[in-house]
Design a protein. Sequence first.
Length: 326
Amino acid sequence: MQSMPHVSVLATGGTIASSENDRGASVASRGAGDLLDGDAVGGASVASRDVMRLGSYLLGHRELRLICEAVAGELADGGVDGVVVTHGTDTMEETAYLLDLIHASSKPVVLTGAQRPADHACPDGPGNLQEAIAAAASPLARGKGTMISFAGNIYAARGTRKAHTVAPSPFQTMGGGPIGQVVDGQARFLSVPIRPKALALPPPAFDTTRVDIITVHPGSDDALARAAVEAGAHGIIIAGSGVGNGNSSILAWTEEAVQAGITVGLSTRVPEGPVVPFYGNGGGADLVRAGALPLGSLPIFQARMLLALLLSQGQTPNPEMLAVYV
Ligand SMILES: NC(=O)C[C@H](N)C(=O)O
C-alpha cells in the first residue's frame, strides 16, 4: 500500500492568522496549530510549525531570509513530500518569487493565505489552506517550483502579483493565467513554469542589502533617487512610465549612479508588459544607454527581490545574467 504524502506547513502570520486586538485592529495572532484541524488533511499527513507571526506588511529582508532557510530545511527532509507556507497576501509575491529563485528541489512549495481574517464570520483561510495542502501533496506538483494556491487557483510564483486589495481571489499572473486549479481537493495542472537554475540561499548580507524603487510621474525629479543613494542603496529600480521612461533629471542621475557603481534597474509602473528601451529625451533608450538594466516583464517587486539576492551574493548584475529571469 502506498503511504500518505507528508506535507510540512510553515506559518508566518498574515490575515489567515489574524484576529481583532483590543483596539479593534486586525493583527497576526494565531499560530500554525490554530490554523490546522488535526494532523491529516485531505489525503496528506501534516505537521506544522511557526516560523514567525507577522503581517506580511511588516516583513524585512531578514524575515524573508529566515523563511527561505526554514523552507530549505523542510525540503531537505527525506520524509517531507511538499511544503506549504501560510503568509500574508500583501507581500506574498516577493516571498514566493524569492523562494522560487532558490528552489533546487523537485518537491513543491505552495504559499497561501487569506483575505478575510481568522475571526471573520466567513473566513477564507481554512479552505485556502486545505487546497494548498492538496496542491503540495500532489505528485503532479513535483518539478513546478514555488507556487501560490489561492481561492481554487494555483499560480507560478514568477509573474504573479496581488492585483486587488480585497477580492477573495486577489492574485493574477502578469502575461498569463493560473497554472492549475484545485478541484474537489485534487490539484490539476495546465502548464509547467519555465524556471532558471536555482540560485544559492540568501546570505546574512541579504538582510542589509538595500534596493529602493523610485517612481516616474509628471514632475518627478532625481531628489528621491539621490536620497536613496544617500541612505546607502546598493541598487535602485526606476519604476518608469509606460515602456520604461524617465526624464532628463532621472537620466542625469542614472549616468552618475552607474558611474559610481550603483546597480540601476529599469522597470515600469505599468502592471503588465515588458520594458522596451525605445524613447529618447530621458526615455528608456537613453536610460539603458546610460547603464540602467532593463528588467523585462518581471513584476517590479519581484525584480527588486532578484537584484537584492544577486547583490547580497556579491554579484554585479548585467544584462546577460538577468536575461534568464526577466
Ligand atoms: N490578506 C492579507 O494577508 C493582508 C495582510 N495585511 C498581510 O499581508 O499580512
